[in-house]
Ligand binder design. Structure first.
Ligand code: ADP
Ligand code: ZN
Length: 720
C-alpha cells in the first residue's frame, strides 16, 4: 500500500494522508481528487517530509479517486509555494490555489462549448430577449459570461438556445498559438542598449539564477533591451514570463511585442474569458506558450520550461497584493527565478530603494541605460510655487501653466495634465447645513463623477445618483463640489482653451482594450490636444508630439504619514515627466506645489535623482524602515466595532517582549472602516536580522478569536 500526503484545497484543512489505489500512478506534484467527508476535494501530492500533518492510521486511509491528466507541479514551483506561504505567513493551499489558475482547465478536456447569436428573428420578443439580442451582437462566450454581459439570467439565454436564437460552438482549447519569431524585426541597438542586451542574452543562455536591475531613464529603450533576452529564450525553446503592473499598459506592450516578434504574446489576467483562460493555462503547463504577459497573478503559473522572468515598471505599487495572500510579485519573482535557476530582470526608471540597495550590495547585477534613445533630451523641470503664483478663485491651474498650455495649443503640440484623482470632486457638501456625503461602508468621502452623475466610493464601489437636494436639510440645489478631480480639471482646460480637444484618461474612461486602443490612436494621430489623466497615463506611453506635462498637485501624495509617500511621489512625477519630449521636440514639465522645499520636489526640480535617493535612504535609516529595518502589520477586522477593538487589544496584550522587535498600537487603521468592516492595526518594526514571521506565528498562534474576527498579517506592507 502506498501512503500519499496531500496539500488539500479546503479552507479549514491543509494536509491529509490518503492511499494510492493499486495500479494508479502519482508522484510529488500530481494534481488529484480525493474524498473528504461526503464531498470531494482537489489536492496536490507533496513530499511528506516537507509538509507537516497529523499521522492518519493506516486502516483509516481513504483512497485517492482520480489523478488529473495535467503535468505534475514541478519541484521548483512546489518550493516557491512553500517559500511564499512561509515568508508571508499565508496558508500553503491559498498560495497553491494561485498556481491552479483555471479550475475548469484541470478537469475539462481539450474543448469548451460557447454560444453565439444565430441571426434568426425571434418569434416572441420579451424585453429580456431584446436586451440580450442587443448586447450579444458579435459576442461568443459561455452562457454564464453572456448572461453577465447582457445583464439577464442564464435561464433567459437557455430559453434562447432552445428557441434557436443562440447556437453552441465547440472551441478547440489546444489550437496552437502563433509562433514568435526571434528574428522578425530585430532593431539596431545603441551601444548602451547593446551592452545591456549582451548581458541578458548571455544570462539566458547560461540558464543559471541571475537577478538584474535594469535601471534606465524614461525613454532609454529598456523594452528593446529585454526583448533581446526574450528572443534568446525563444531560440532556446524556453518560456518567458513578463509581468506588467497594470492591464491598461498591456495594449501598448502588445503592439510593440507584435512589431518585434511578428505575433502577439499569450495573455494572462483576471478579465480573460473562461475559454481563453483554459487555453492559456493548458499552453503554459504543456510548455507551448512561449511568452506569457500578465498581471501579478501569472507569477504562480506552473510553467513547464520557464527560462526568463521580466518585471517591467518593477517599482510599481500594484505588484503588491493587498488581500488574500499579501505578497509582493516583484520580490517573489526573484525567488521564483532562484528556484528555477534562471535570470530575472527588474526594469525601472525609478527603482524602489530596496532594489537599488540590493544592487549596490551586489545581490542584483545593475545594468544602466543612462541616456534616452535617439539622443532625445530629458525634459526641463520647473516648479510653480502655488503660494506665490496662485490660480484664480475656484480654479486649479496657475497662470504660468495656463500660458504654457495656450502656447502648446497654438503650436499644435500636445500637453498632459496629471492629477491622481478620478472623478469630478473628492468631496461634496451641503452649503446650507454642511452635510458631507460619506460612504456607509468605509471611512471615505463619496467622490462625485459628473460624467456618470453619481457619487461613488473608490474603496468599496458603493454608488448613489447625485441627489437634487440635501438628504439632511432638504434644501434644493445646495450641493457644492470641493476640490478637484480630473473631470473638473478637464472643465477648467475647456474654459481657458476654448476649442481644445481634451481627453480624460482614468480607469473609468479607459475600461476596455478597445477604448485604450482608440485613445492611443487618437493621441498618436494628433487628434487630442490636452490629456488629463490619473496615474494610468504616467507610464508606458510614447506620444512623440507631447511636449508639456503639468503636475496639478504634487503635494497630494505627500499628505498623510505614509512610509513610502516620498518615494511614490518621486516615482509618479518622474514617470509622468518622462512622457514629455520623447520625440524630436524638447519637453517641459511644470510641477505645481505648496512645498517647493520638500526633498522630493527639490530633487525633481534639480534633476538630481541621487539627491532624492540619498535623502530617502537617510530618512528610512532613521525610522528603521526598509531596507534598513523591517516592518510588518497585523490588521484585525470585524463587522462589529467592539469585537474588532477587543481582539486587537487581546493581541496587543500578548505582545512579545523582545529586544529587536518593537510593537506599535493597536490603533484604528488608516481606513478604520473598509467595506463594512471595522479595522484595527498593530505595526511591528524589527531589526533586519529578526525572525519576524516566527515571532508573529508564535504570538498569534497562542490566541483564539470569535468567528467574526479576521486577523491578517502583512509582511513588508506597502502603505500604512
Ligand atoms: P523606456 O521603456 O526605457 O522608457 P522605451 O523602451 O519605451 O523606453 O523606448 C523609447 C522609444 O524609443 C520607443 O518608442 C522605442 O520604440 C524607441 N526605441 C528604443 N530603442 C530603439 C532602437 N534600438 N531602435 C529603434 N527604436 C528604439
Ligand atoms: Zn465604501
Amino acid at each position: 500500500m502506498t501512503r500519499v500526503r496531500l496539500l488539500v484545497f479546503n479552507p479549514v484543512l491543509n494536509v491529509l494522508d490518503y492511499r494510492l489505489p493499486d495500479g494508479v500512478a502519482a508522484e510529488a506534484g500530481s494534481v488529484v481528487i480525493a474524498p473528504l467527508g461526503p464531498r470531494q476535494v482537489l489536492g496536490i501530492v507533496w513530499e511528506p517530509e516537507r509538509l507537516a500533518g497529523a499521522e492518519v492510521p493506516e486502516a483509516r486511509l481513504r483512497p485517492i479517486l482520480e489523478v488529473l491528466p495535467v503535468p505534475p507541479f514541478p519541484a521548483a514551483l512546489r518550493r516557491l509555494i512553500e517559500w511564499t506561504a512561509d515568508y508571508y505567513c499565508a496558508p500553503m493551499n491559498a498560495v497553491a490555489r494561485m498556481a491552479l489558475g483555471s479550475m475548469a482547465a484541470l478537469r475539462g478536456g481539450g474543448t469548451a462549448t460557447e454560444y453565439r447569436l444565430t441571426g434568426l428573428e425571434p418569434k416572441r420578443l420579451t424585453p429580456q430577449r431584446a436586451a440580450a439580442l442587443d448586447a450579444l451582437h458579435g459576442e461568443q462566450a459561455s452562457i454564464r459570461e453572456l448572461a453577465d454581459l447582457a445583464s439577464v439570467s442564464e435561464g433567459v439565454l437557455r430559453g434562447m438556445v432552445a428557441a434557436g436564437l443562440l447556437e453552441p460552438v465547440t472551441v478547440d482549447l489546444d489550437r496552437p498559438y502563433a509562433r514568435a519569431n526571434p528574428l522578425h524585426a530585430a532593431p539596431d541597438l545603441s551601444p548602451d542598449q547593446q551592452a545591456a542586451a549582451d548581458r541578458f542574452v548571455a544570462a539566458v543562455a547560461d540558464q543559471a539564477f541571475a537577478p538584474f536591475l535594469l535601471d534606465g531613464v524614461t525613454g532609454s529603450g529598456k523594452t528593446e533591451c529585454y526583448f533581446e533576452a526574450v528572443a534568446e529564450a525563444i531560440r532556446l525553446g524556453r518560456q518567458v514570463l513578463v509581468l506588467l503592473p497594470e492591464i491598461a499598459l498591456t495594449q501598448n506592450f502588445l503592439r510593440r511585442f507584435e512589431a518585434r516578434f511578428g505575433v502577439p504574446p499569450v495573455l494572462w489576467h483576471s478579465s480573460l474569458k473562461q475559454s481563453e483562460r483554459r487555453r492559456a493555462w493548458r499552453a503554459i503547463v504543456h510548455g507551448d506558450a512561449q511568452v506569457v504577459v500578465g498581471a501579478r497573478s501569472a507569477l504562480f503559473m506552473p510553467f513547464a520550461r520557464l527560462g526568463l522572468i521580466v518585471v517591467d515598471e518593477a517599482h510599481e505599487v500594484s505588484f503588491k497584493q493587498d488581500d488574500g495572500v499579501r505578497y509582493n510579485a516583484r520580490d517573489v519573482a526573484v525567488i521564483r527565478a532562484k528556484f528555477e535557476r534562471i535570470p530575472v530582470i527588474l526594469a525601472s526608471a525609478t527603482p524602489a530603494l530596496e532594489s537599488l540597495q540590493l544592487a549596490e550590495a551586489g545581490v542584483y547585477e545593475k545594468v544602466d541605460l543612462p541616456a534616452r534613445f535617439g539622443g532625445a533630451e530629458l525634459p526641463a523641470i520647473e516648479v510653480v510655487d502655488l503660494r506665490v503664483e496662485a490660480p484664480e478663485r475656484g480654479h486649479w491651474l496657475a497662470p504660468r501653466l495656463v500660458a504654457e498650455l495656450k502656447d502648446r495649443l497654438a503650436r499644435g503640440e500636445q500637453s498632459l495634465l496629471f492629477l491622481n484623482r478620478r472623478g469630478y470632486a473628492p468631496l461634496t457638501l451641503c452649503r446650507h447645513c454642511g452635510y458631507r456625503f460619506q460612504c456607509p461602508n468605509c471611512s471615505a468621502w463619496l467622490v462625485e463623477h459628473r460624467l456618470s452623475r453619481r457619487l461613488a466610493c473608490h474603496h468599496c464601489g458603493h454608488e448613489v445618483p447625485v441627489p437634487a437636494e440635501c438628504p439632511e436639510c432638504h434644501t434644493p440645489d445646495c450641493l457644492v463640489a470641493c476640490g478637484p478631480g480630473v473631470e473638473r480639471i478637464a472643465d477648467e482646460v475647456a474654459e481657458v482653451l476654448p476649442g481644445a480637444r481634451i481627453a480624460v484618461v482614468t480607469s473609468d474612461t479607459l475600461n476596455s482594450p478597445d477604448k485604450i486602443g482608440a485613445f492611443v490612436a487618437a493621441a498618436e494621430g494628433k487628434a487630442i490636444d490636452v490629456i488629463v489623466g490619473t496615474q494610468l497615463v504616467t507610464k508606458g506611453y510614447h506620444f512623440p508630439e507631447l511636449t508639456l506635462v503639468g503636475v496639478v498637485d504634487a503635494d497630494l501624495g505627500l499628505e498623510g504619514g505614509d512610509l513610502r509617500a516620498g518615494e511614490r511621489t518621486y516615482q509618479q512625477i518622474a514617470q509622468v515627466a518622462g512622457r514629455a519630449g520623447r520625440g524630436e521636440k524638447p519637453g517641459e514639465v511644470l510641477i505645481q506645489t505648496r512645498h517647493p522645499e520638500a526633498a522630493v520636489i527639490a530633487a525633481l526640480a534639480a534633476g538630481d535623482r541621487d539627491a532624492f535617493y540619498e535623502a530617502e535612504a537617510e530618512a528610512r535609516r532613521e525610522a528603521g524602515a526598509p531596507p534598513f529595518g523591517r516592518w510588518a502589520a497585523i490588521i484585525v477586522s470585524s463587522e462589529d466595532e467592539a469585537e474588532a477593538r477587543e481582539a486587537a487589544r487581546a493581541i496587543g496584550g500578548a505582545r512579545p517582549d523582545l529586544p529587536d522587535v518593537m510593537v506599535l498600537g493597536p490603533a484604528p487603521a488608516p481606513m478604520a472602516l473598509l467595506r463594512g468592516r471595522y479595522r484595527y492595526r498593530l505595526l511591528i518594526n524589527a531589526r533586519r536580522s529578526a525572525q519576524v514571521q516566527d515571532v508573529i506565528r508564535d504570538w498569534l498562534g497562542a490566541l483564539t478569536f470569535p468567528p467574526g474576527v479576521r486577523v491578517a498579517i502583512d509582511i513588508d506592507p506597502y502603505s500604512f
